[in-house]
Design a protein around this ligand. Structure first.
Ligand code: ARG
Length: 569
């Protein structure tokens, strides 16, 4: 596609003799549409040129030699030069690109040759898959898709919480009362019960706690009985988690959880010892981070067993060696900000190449609060994610039943709409914000929701279906699309590439969610203001063509977020 910013920078460079790339970096997109499509702030040059910004603007404008086919006009407002792109230029560049890329419209190969490891989801074995893990799964999944779309080699890692002292406890509880519980049928619930019970006993009896600690030590040392039970818990839990992943359509390239690093932590300890970074503290071995203003990072507990941090350090080393990553992202709630700050500091002390330590990035997100308080909870104060997703589907089904009782495949559509609503809700605000989980808001077909985007998509499909044909690009008279509403749509289509770039710059999928809402709303305005079918053939063809691009891009974009589009709803 034509790079309009570059075009503007090139022209300005001819008048002021400054670096094109630098000039390009100054170009802004005006907040208000009537201020043009791009703006060049001349005050950025005031210091260098030693002139007042309005004077610079006037001088540049005077000397600009611009192509009227591309730029409709250039206006001076204060110290700004505002550039108005001709609708035709947007339309031409977008349609040319669309003809070659179709479903891939918006993709680029900026990531070619680069690898991004994304650590997401990571629920804990024998514990419920809770709503925080849902956010991680959804945000991480969207980032995975988007990086891939931009040409990166992506590795999705599910760093399962399948290790740690709690397994010592579970093993102890299982040894004592295993036969009383129906673990095979209902693993997470039953294991949780055992966990609660053994914890209580530990509080009452110090010797039980000691036995639990020993079990974990034994597990770390490879004791066959402990390993066997641990494997059983892991497999059963995974089977249950998989139900959630199937509903969400999640995919992982690696399931190496914390336990995978059990034989890889010795090296971390050795390196830290060698570099004189390990100090004794109350019987434990820690790395002091006092000069960084942080509490120490515990590497080895008093009884010699490893920690969450040690396993993460081993994982960094492993991922650097195995994947040779350019970026390694960690998607967790902001409760773990300190943990990641600590391990990223310690990673630097390990002497790993800067290429890797610079690529480490925590991608934190806010908490989820439920508007209605507890939902579908059995015991305990957590919500089972599978129940929650099922509830989304049931609620979507109800809405569909009201709006379109004759719809075919209601079940299937309800699944796409319900799950799509949950996914979009998770991605619709900047990730660091706490999220309120409100069924009515997220399932509102008219709100800024997943179902709204699906609804607009379905509308594009049905218009095309009604027409019964798709016009060929060679036959389109694009001058039929130079009205304001169409131009806004083409401008949005043009900006998709930039939006995706911003998503990966900030690891913020909500930029894409916002974009899809804007595109849907712009199409809705266009649809309300302009008749598509039944107009003069050349008008109808042009508008159908536009409708098809919008539908295709909505589907691509929603797919990148992890949503599926129904054909009808
Ligand atoms: N299992 C952890 C939790 O539930 C998240 C793990 C995140 N990834 C990591 N490499 N530490 O909080």
């Amino acid at each position: 596609m034509i790079n309009f910013k570059r075009e503007i920078a090139n022209q300005i460079a001819k008048t002021v003799d400054l670096d094109v790339a630098e000039l390009e970096s100054y170009i802004e997109i005006p907040k208000e549409e009537k201020m043009g499509d791009y703006a060049f702030p001349c005050f950025k040059l005031a210091k260098i040129l030693k002139k007042a910004p309005p004077m610079i603007a006037a001088e540049i404008k005077e000397r600009l030699e611009i192509d009227n086919e591309v730029f409709e006009k250039v206006e001076m407002v204060g110290g700004y030069l505002n550039f108005y792109i001709a609708p035709k230029a947007f339309i031409e560049t977008v349609s040319k690109e669309f003809e070659v890329s179709k479903e891939k419209f918006g993709s680029k190969n900026v990531g070619e040759g680069k690898t991004v490891v994304i650590d997401y989801s990571a629920p804990n074995i024998a514990k419920p898959f809770h709503i925080g893990h849902l956010r991680s799964t959804v945000i991480g999944g969207a980032l995975y898709n988007i990086y891939q779309f931009l040409g990166y080699h992506t590795v999705g890692v599910n760093h399962l919480g399948d290790y740690g002292t709690q397994f010592g406890k579970l093993i102890e509880g299982y040894k004592r009362w295993g036969t009383e519980y129906h673990i095979e049928e209902n693993p997470i619930d039953e294991l949780t019960k055992i966990y609660v019970r053994i914890n209580k006993l530990c509080e009452e009896d110090e010797s039980v706690l000691e036995a639990c600690r020993n079990n974990f030590k034994k597990l770390e040392d490879g004791d066959s009985y402990c390993v066997e039970i641990w494997e059983k818990f892991r497999n059963l839990s995974l089977k249950e988690f998989q139900k959630v992943y199937d509903l969400l359509g999640s995919h992982f390239d690696s399931w190496n959880g914390e336990a995978f690093y059990s034989d890889k932590m010795g090296e971390i300890v050795e390196i830290l010892e060698e570099k004189n970074q390990l100090v004794e503290s109350e019987g434990a071995r820690v790395v002091s981070l006092e000069d960084k203003g942080m509490p120490p990072c515990i590497i080895e507990k008093t009884n010699g067993s490893s920690t969450y941090a040690t396993r993460d350090l081993a994982a960094i080393l492993y991922r650097a060696r195995t994947y040779d990553f350019d970026k390694a992202l960690y998607v967790t709630s902001y409760e773990q900000v300190l943990h990641f700050k600590q391990i990223f500091e310690v990673a630097k002390m390990l002497g790993i190449s800067e290429k890797y330590t610079n690529g480490l990035e925590h991608v934190p997100f806010g908490m989820v609060r439920l508007k209605e308080g507890k939902m579908s909870t059995r015991e305990g104060n957590f919500i089972k994610l599978e129940d929650l997703l099922q509830e989304a589907i049931t609620r979507a089904e109800k809405v569909i039943e009201e709006k379109n009782p004759d719809l075919e495949n209601k079940q299937e559509v309800a699944k796409k709409v319900g799950i799509g609503a949950v996914i979009f809700n998770d991605l619709s605000n900047s990730r660091i914000k706490d999220e309120v989980f409100d069924w009515d808001l997220m399932l509102n077909f008219q709100g800024e929701t997943g179902p709204y985007i699906q609804y607009i998509y379905v509308r594009t499909k049905s218009v095309i279906e009604k027409a019964g044909y798709l016009p060929k690009v060679e036959e389109i008279d694009f001058s039929q699309l130079e009205d304001e509403d169409s131009k806004r749509i083409f401008k949005l289509l043009y900006s998709l590439e930039d939006v995706l770039q911003q998503v990966t710059d900030k690891n913020e999928p909500s930029f894409l969610s916002r974009y899809l809402i804007d595109l849907s709303q712009s199409f809705s305005t266009f649809y309300n203001n302009h008749k598509i079918l039944g107009e003069e053939k050349k008008v109808q063809d042009a508008r159908l063509y536009l409708t098809n691009i919008v539908g295709t891009v909505l589907k691509t974009g929603a797919g990148l977020l992890g949503m599926q589009m129904p054909d009808r709803m």
